[in-house]
Design a binder for this molecule. Structure first.
Ligand SMILES: Nc1nc2c(ncn2[C@@H]2O[C@H](COP(=O)(O)OP(=O)(O)OP(=O)(O)O)[C@@H](O)[C@H]2O)c(=O)[nH]1
Ligand SMILES: [Mg+2]
Length: 226
């Protein structure tokens, strides 16, 4: 029984990997760099995009929003006047708690890929499943917030290991929380030693320039490892 379960999961991930490779080919053909942005519900993914995508000098950016329900995040991004497509996993995909390669593939015809340099995919808020499903992205980034507690890297190591950049958001709240930043960073290094990290507040703007610079470098396929 247990082995059957594992086999089914392996098959699902194999099929996902095949479609992710097809997505990646399409992204390569269009010359668009794709960033898969993951993190817990409410970590600040959409707020960070709202703060950073306006002034991405010379970079033509689009956004793919993944949520279980609603178009709330896509509506927020639409105010930035960038192309945005929402995938609701509820109606067509059984309310999945993550995006998979097939869902992303279904959205590609709605995106003007040839006119983009950078596509940011905001994954469904979740610290587990999104890390298991590649969607054809070049880069995986997570937004973690100081409001979540310093133990999170130890409790959800797969997510923290899957990402090449960890954005530590909401640092403006540090004076109001019993959050030990030093302990959090030690926990982060314990599960993903030396992973690049940015301390950011999407509310005050602290650190947002560094995140913007990271995106610009990624779009230029420059200095950020592929
Ligand atoms: N104090 C503070 N609040 C923030 C910051 N970033 C985001 N928030 C708030 O946190 C809440 C959640 O932000 P969102 O950007 O919607 O979070 P999200 O990760 O996109 O959430 P989901 O899409 O639901 O997973 C909102 O009330 C934001 O205003 C920050 O840097 N500091
Ligand atoms: Mg969001």
């Amino acid at each position: 029984m247990h082995r059957t379960h594992v086999k089914v999961l392996e098959d699902v991930l194999d099929a996902n990997g095949t479609i992710a490779a097809a997505n990646r080919d399409d992204f390569e053909r269009a010359g668009v760099t794709v960033v898969n942005l993951m993190g817990a519900p409410g970590a600040g993914k959409t707020t960070l995009l709202e703060q950073s995508l306006r002034q991405l000098a010379g970079v033509r950016v689009g956004v793919l929003e993944g949520d279980v329900a609603s178009t709330l995040d896509a509506d927020r991004i639409a105010h930035l006047h960038v192309p945005v497509v929402q995938i609701d996993t509820d109606p067509g995909f059984g309310g999945e708690c993550h995006l998979d390669a097939n869902m992303v593939r279904s959205a590609l015809p709605s995106l003007p890929l040839a006119e983009l340099d950078l596509l940011v995919i905001e994954n469904v808020g979740n610290l587990v499943c999104p890390a298991e499903f590649r969607v054809g992205e070049h880069h995986r980034v997570m937004v973690s917030s100081v409001a979540e507690g310093e133990d999170k890297p130890l409790k959800y190591p797969l997510m923290f290991r899957a990402c090449e950049l960890v954005i530590v958001n909401k640092v403006d709240l540090l004076p109001h929380l019993d959050f030990d930043l030093g302990r959090y960073l030690r926990n982060l290094d314990a599960v993903h030693p030396g992973v690049e990290r940015l301390l950011v507040s999407a509310k005050t703007g602290e650190g947002v320039d560094a995140w913007r610079d990271w995106l610009v470098r990624a779009a230029a396929r420059d200095a950020v490892p592929a």
